[in-house]
Each structure stands twice: as structure tokens, then as C-alpha cells.
Ligand binder design. Structure first.
Ligand SMILES: [Zn+2]
Length: 233
């Protein structure tokens, strides 16, 4: 059993961050349409996009999520369940992340916030990622492994991408595609496989990263190959 004080990721209830995640989710929905990612049309998101200001959107989000926050004991019980499951594997997950990226995990404390939204954002500066309030505990842990890979990518590899001339959008495609490594390296921790984004660019990038990884187990090499592809497509 891991000592609770040394737990790096703690799953928590935090309504303010949940609301922030709703805004991130809405923005991601809007951007995905622009990026040509195939998204199912979400009536709730479409309705929010019709509102005129962030204040109006916030009021609407608060109304929608109120039902959950009235049940604080249940929410805390959900968070407790996830933490109990997570502490069994946290050390090994972090070790795996460090091994793959060849760098130490850079954060001492990260919040895994149970969100009522349908997609999961994060903020590396504020040290949190969102995970599901409505999925099971194993799905929450699947999301954690995905987001923590992003934390490593931003810390150690994002600057390399900019230096090599990629723009923000291209970096996003590359970063997301790297989650294909979860299906190779994190099987023992995960309940479901990571499907990635449904677009031809992502499918191709994931194939490139997977092949390169299986050949040489070298994150930097995978990144070079992914960068070469995205620059020319
Ligand atoms: Zn992601």
C-alpha cells in the first residue's frame, strides 16, 4: 500500500475545475469541427455555442451540473473508490511514463478532477486533468494514463516541436497521436484500449509512431518521424 502522503495523482471533486473543463470541452468540440475530426453532433454543445457570452454559457453549465453537486457524499465516495484503485498502480505507471519519455515525472501533486463533461481537458500549469464522473473507476484510470502522457509531452517535447517549425495545430496532432503507445506499453494498467482521434492524419501518425516504437523503443526517434510526416502532409 502506498503512503497517501506520497500519492502524486489524487482524484478529487472540484466544481470550479469541472466548470473550466466544460469550457475546454466546448472549445475542443468547436476546434475539432474546424480540424476535420469527425465528431458526433452534440445537441448540448450546439446549444451552448448559440449563447452570446461566457457568462451565459457558465450559467447554463451550472444549471446542468447542479444535479451532481447536490450529492456530495456520493461524489466523494466515487473519488475514494478511484483513489483506492489508483494507489495500487501509481508507482508503476509513473515509472513507465519516465521510462518511455526518458525523463523524470516533473510534478509532485496532480489533481484528477471528476468531471461531468463528456471530454477531458487538462491544465499543466495548474496541475490538473479532468476525468469522468459518470464512467467507472477503470475508465477514470485509463483517462489518467492518457492525460499524464500529455503532461510529459508538454514538459519535455513540445519545445522541440516548435524548434523544428511545427505550429500549434500540428503539435496537437502529434501529441494526441502519441497516445497510441498506451496500447503497447500500458496494457497492464488499462481497462480499454486508446482509440485516438478519428481522422486520416491521426490514423497515419499513430501507425508511424507505433511502427517506429516497435522497431527502436525510442521516443525521440518516433517524434522525429512524426514531425517529418506532419510537416509534409
Ligand atoms: Zn488527449
Amino acid at each position: 500500500m502506498v503512503n497517501k502522503d506520497s500519492q502524486v495523482v489524487t482524484f478529487v471533486i472540484d466544481k470550479e475545475i469541472d466548470i473550466k473543463n466544460h469550457f475546454i470541452a466546448l472549445n475542443a468540440y468547436k476546434q475539432a469541427k474546424g480540424r476535420g475530426i469527425i465528431y458526433n453532433k452534440e445537441d448540448i454543445s450546439e446549444a451552448l455555442l448559440l449563447l452570446k457570452s461566457d457568462d451565459e454559457i457558465r450559467i447554463q453549465i451550472e444549471k446542468t451540473i447542479e444535479q451532481y453537486y447536490k450529492q456530495d457524499k456520493k461524489l466523494q465516495s466515487l473519488a475514494d473508490d478511484i483513489n483506492k484503485e489508483w494507489i495500487k498502480i501509481e508507482k508503476d505507471v509513473i515509472q513507465k511514463l519516465e521510462g518511455i519519455h526518458k525523463f523524470p515525472f516533473p510534478y509532485k501533486s496532480v489533481k484528477g478532477v471528476l468531471s461531468s463533461a463528456n471530454s477531458y481537458g487538462y491544465n499543466t500549469q495548474e496541475c490538473w486533468f479532468a476525468t469522468s464522473m459518470r464512467g467507472n473507476k477503470f475508465l477514470c484510470i485509463d483517462v489518467a494514463t492518457h492525460e499524464l502522457m500529455h503532461f510529459m509531452f508538454h514538459k519535455y517535447y513540445e519545445k522541440i516541436c516548435y524548434d523544428k517549425g511545427l505550429n500549434k495545430d500540428q503539435i496537437w496532432h502529434v501529441k494526441e497521436s502519441f497516445s497510441v503507445l498506451l496500447n503497447i506499453e500500458f496494457k497492464e494498467f488499462r481497462f480499454q484500449s486508446d482509440n485516438g482521434k478519428n481522422s486520416p492524419t491521426h490514423i497515419k501518425l499513430r501507425e508511424i509512431i507505433k511502427n517506429s516504437w516497435e522497431k527502436c523503443n525510442d521516443f525521440s526517434k518516433c517524434l522525429d518521424e512524426a514531425i517529418a510526416y506532419i510537416k509534409n502532409n
